[in-house]
Structure formats: structure tokens, C-alpha cells
Design a protein around this ligand. Sequence first.
Ligand SMILES: O=C(O)CCC(=O)C(=O)O
Length: 394
Amino acid sequence: MSLVMASSANTTATTTGLLNPPSSSSEEAKKEINNNGALIFEPGLLQKQPKMPDEFVWPSSDLARTQHEELNEPLVDLSGFMRGDEAAIEGAAELVKVACVKHGLFQVTNHGIDPDLIRAAYDEADFIFKLPLERKLGAKRKPGSACGYSGAHADRYTSKLPWKEIFSFQYHHKNDGHQSEIVDYFKSVLGEQLETTGRVYQKYCEAIKELSFIIMELLAISLGMDRFYYRNFFEDGSSLMRCNYYPPCHSSSLTLGTGPHTDPISLTILHQDQVGGLEVLSEGKWLAVRPRPDAFVVNIGDTFMSLSNGRYKSCMHRALVHTEKKRRSLVYFVSPRDDKIVRPPENLIEREEGRKYPDFKWCDLFNFTQKHYRADVATLESFILWLRSNSHQY
Ligand SMILES: O=C(O)CCC(=O)C(=O)O
């Protein structure tokens, strides 16, 4: 992190290692470095502090120790799906079903994504996070938006800060006439120099979108529905791609890289590097998800839980940080078009004892998590209470 320290020479370090605004510079530069008054995450300095700043210390309930046990999630081999082998597809759908009913997470292998593309996506993430602090803050997330740079979510919160930096951007599944959406975004917020980075992620998102559609087909089959039902539902949707960078942390037992939460979106497709740290709550125990270079982790989010009328569980997970090693993950969050009504298909309602959740629009849940509520272990329940109290019924 020395790059960041060098670039922030005109900032003043507090005893906590969170940076105060610079004392003398132009108003514009001040605003940029000052993060609009929010504290700035600078892990290089934090590592030199004798004590972990309170902002990063999580309550013991969230820090409940891992069981030193791995989650026994299924490894779903997609090669049968790729060659159209119906028996193999049925077998894969059965594995998906068991995992989604139990805890909402499985891994997929033989997914067809080029390992060189995955490697390139990690290399570009390293490049982004090594940029000077001013450049990253110049691309910081705007209020109400999920896109851009954020250090420890310090722009939004003042406690239970996650020990990580993130960079996120949007990708529309139907990008008619705008096939360089991500390239253009990178160039606009980080400069022309980032064109190659944008191209790598454009390719990465296009490939993962195809994978997400395959998984949507498997999910539909596993729920006994028309195979293309969810694929069609998400065809004109969008995804958010997030690169997570977790610096090493001496006080790793006091903090978290990502706190316990379920994802508000529909489906998450994640690749983690070999350091490990992703954990899932299963039957009351935090269990590690083993990193596999050849696999993607897939988990159900709140919106898909609603679309399955509560049959499939939104996966409760968190990420630990390592004492000596940096950790990275590449996360692709799938969502329907903003104005789509989230409602389970009729045949899932008929077979069930009524509706588990009311209809809602995805954009309302998204805005709820951006403006009113910090995604945690109870996002969907809280959203539904809010929806009802605000008479947003569809
Ligand atoms: O890094 C990980 O393994 C988990 C990331 C995550 O849950 C998130 O970014 O929401």
C-alpha cells in the first residue's frame, strides 16, 4: 500500500490511521481527498497502529468463530449441460436443489470460462487497487449508486467498517448498440489509461452472463418449471460486477472483510483467489467455502428467494481477512430489469401454502439498500416491513 501513502502526502494521519482532510490545497482537490468529509481507508497506515481503530471492530456475535470445518457444498459439473446430456442435466439440477434448500450455495466446474480471462480479471483488479489514492477517490461511489470505488464503505458508515476496498460497475445484459459499456465507464471515471482494464471486464462480464443463464436454466429445472422461465426473466436485466480487495490485517480476529449478510440481488457468481476467507452459515455454524481455482461459487440472493416463493434460501455469508496475505474476489451480482415485478411463477404458488413474500420491484429493493438500510442478515424482512408501511404494493 506504499503507493497510496506516497500519493497522499498532503493528508494528515490521525492516530487511528484513518486520514484527515488535507490542510492546504485547492478546494477541488480538498473535496476529492477529503472524500466529502468521510474518513479515508488507508490500510498501510492502519497496519502501523498498535490498536485496531474502533470503526473496524465488529461485535463478537458477528465474529463468531469459524468451525475449522469446510462446507460440504456440491460441486456441480456443467460439462453434461454443455453437451446437452439430459441425464447429466437432471443430476446437476438435483444437486442444485439440495444445496439451495439447505443453505443456498454451490460451486460449478467445467463452466467454460477461460482461465486466462479469470487471471486477467485478477491482474486488472490489482492494477485498480494499486492506483494512487486520488485516482481511486476520483472514481468514488456517488450517493445512491452502487458503482465506483469505496474504501471500507467509510463513505456510508462509521462503524462495523469492512476491511476492504471495492470497485464496482454495471453491465446490462442486452447491450444493444452499447457493447463497450464497461470500457466507457472505466475511461470516464479512471481515465483513458484504463481502456484495457475495461476491455478485460467487458469480456469477463459477457462470459459470466452466459454462465448465469445456464445456471438460471438449472434453477428452473430444479424447481420443476419451464427450463427457460428464469433465463427469459433475466434476459433484459443487468448485473453489478464488484472487485473486492482485502489487504492483510494484523488484527484479523477483531474485524471482517465482509460482514454477515445475504445478497439482496438474485444470484451471485463469485470467484475467490486461493487465500480463502469466504464462509457460509449452515445449521448455525460458520463453515469455510474451499477456494477452487477451476470453480465459481454460486449463491442465491434475496430476490431469487422471493422468485422461488421461499423454497430456496438466500445464502448467509461473510468474508474473513488474513493476517499476512491480501485476498481478492471477483463478484458478479445478477438482477432483473429495474422495473420488473418480482413475483414467483404461478405453479410455485399453487404448490405452496400461499405467498411467502409480496410482489415488489427490484429497483425498490435496490434503492432501499442504498438509501435506507445496510444489507445484513435481515434485509428482505426489513424491506418488506418498509414496503408495507410505505404502501408500495403492486
Ligand atoms: O469476498 C468474498 O468472498 C465475499 C464477498 C461478498 O460477500 C460481497 O462482496 O458481498
